[in-house]
Design a protein around this ligand. Sequence first.
Ligand code: CA
Ligand code: CA
Length: 272
Amino acid sequence: MTRLALVVGLLGCAYPEFAFTPPNVDANPSAIDTSVAVDTTVEDTSAVDTELPDTSAVETAPIDTGAPADTSAVDSAPVDTAPIDAAPVYVTLLARGGTWRFLDGGRSPTSTSWRGGGGYDDGAWKSGAAQLGFGDGDEKTIVDGSFTTDAGPDADAPIVTPYPAIYFRRFITVTGAADFDQLTFRLLRDDGAVVYLNGVEVVRSNMPSGTIAHTTFASSTIASADEDTFHTFYVPAATLKEGSNILAVEVHQSNSSSSDLSFDLELVGRKP
Ligand SMILES: [Ca+2]
Ligand SMILES: [Ca+2]
């Protein structure tokens, strides 16, 4: 006798009305087969898990958005823009109306050193503020434009022709000369003029080409409004020196009967 039969037998003795009925699980095998279909559904769910890796790909995108790196490039741009915004600075090295030494009365300098290329004593020259000249009535200082053959009291050579040129000299002091890249000369001249800076010719206006002598005429006669015009010339600042600089100018008449002569000069330096 099995253990189950013993239990049933005992129960049947104790409780006669209890009738053991064997489980009918086996009676509905088809129902059990249906549950198998449920297992198949579970396998479909695993397919959902496969989609999860795709989500990880989305996380990769933000890494590309490492756009912060691009933003740093934007910061570099303003640095380049800065130098472009920097405007040049203009410094007046000599204002109009400056005081000049001048040699007039038909006399000429004893050597070309008067232009500033060498030592020259202009202690005997006269001195006065611009505008210098004669004949118009608008001068601050009258120069002697007479056609004289008198050598005068100074040591400079006497004139050799009746066609005068008048000579002007002065010093200017420059600080930070190496910072300038360009000079602007604004010249009032009647009739023609040549300007030297430290012995180097920097401006020639209404004068012929070639060597300029005491007897050289200006190219044309200046009249009317042009007598009051400041002509502008741009020159490289290479000839400018630190400290003392010599400006020298010779003004020539256009002919032996010209009734007037005028001179003034302004100098401006540019710092890029
Ligand atoms: Ca004149
Ligand atoms: Ca004048």
